[in-house]
Design a protein around this ligand. Structure first.
Ligand code: PNS
Length: 167
């Protein structure tokens, strides 16, 4: 029996949709690890350390939520945690098609690899980190789409500094 869900992603930044998924996963799994992917090729607004600290702050009162980081193949990260299963959120048909291919590729790489999909709560089905970055970057309001302190940090980063970093 798998008691541990690994929730991998970029989380640039963490949204209410991600948080909702973690909270619902805690009703199914004893432990949820939010695993932030170290992607040296993709520019990010927040660097890896910033993203990890933000996620830790959001879940600081829940000892069943851990925050970690990984580089390289997800199958290699998961292979070191045999009690774990990977969880991904599905918002749309497009997500499903993409995530199905990724899940199949991961099983091709590692036949014991399992992915569980959780359907995003309808109120968050339109939300994505990239959409939030675009709205904030163009001066719009993302109130309720992400934690207020992350929204503030994003505004400062995109509007005041205009900075883009790599993770
Ligand atoms: O939040 P994202 O950007 O949709 O997350 C995608 C992520 C990080 C889960 C996915 O790109 C991933 O697992 N990357 C690790 C590298 C890997 O294993 N690639 C092969 C399967 S695509």
């Amino acid at each position: 029996m798998k008691k541990h869900a690994i929730y991998p992603g970029s989380f640039d930044p963490l949204t209410q949709g991600h948080i909702n998924l973690v909270e619902r996963a805690l009703a199914i799994f004893e432990q949820v690890t939010v695993a932030v992917f170290i992607n040296m090729k993709k520019p990010s607004v927040f660097d890896l350390e910033e993203r990890v600290k933000m996620i830790e702050k959001v879940f600081k009162d829940n000892p069943r939520v851990k925050v970690d980081q990984f580089g390289g193949l997800l199958v290699d990260y998961v292979a070191k945690r045999p009690n774990a299963i990977v969880m991904r959120g599905i918002r749309t048909n497009g997500d499903f098609e993409y995530e199905l291919a990724v899940a199949q590729a991961n099983r091709h790489l590692s036949p014991k690899f399992e992915t569980i999909f959780m359907m995003t709560d309808p109120q968050y089905s339109f939300l994505s980190s990239s959409m939030i970055r675009e709205i904030v970057g163009l001066g719009g309001s993302t109130n309720g789409m992400l934690p207020a302190f992350i929204e503030q940090a994003l505004k400062e980063r995109l509007l005041e500094k205009g900075k883009t970093t790599r993770s």
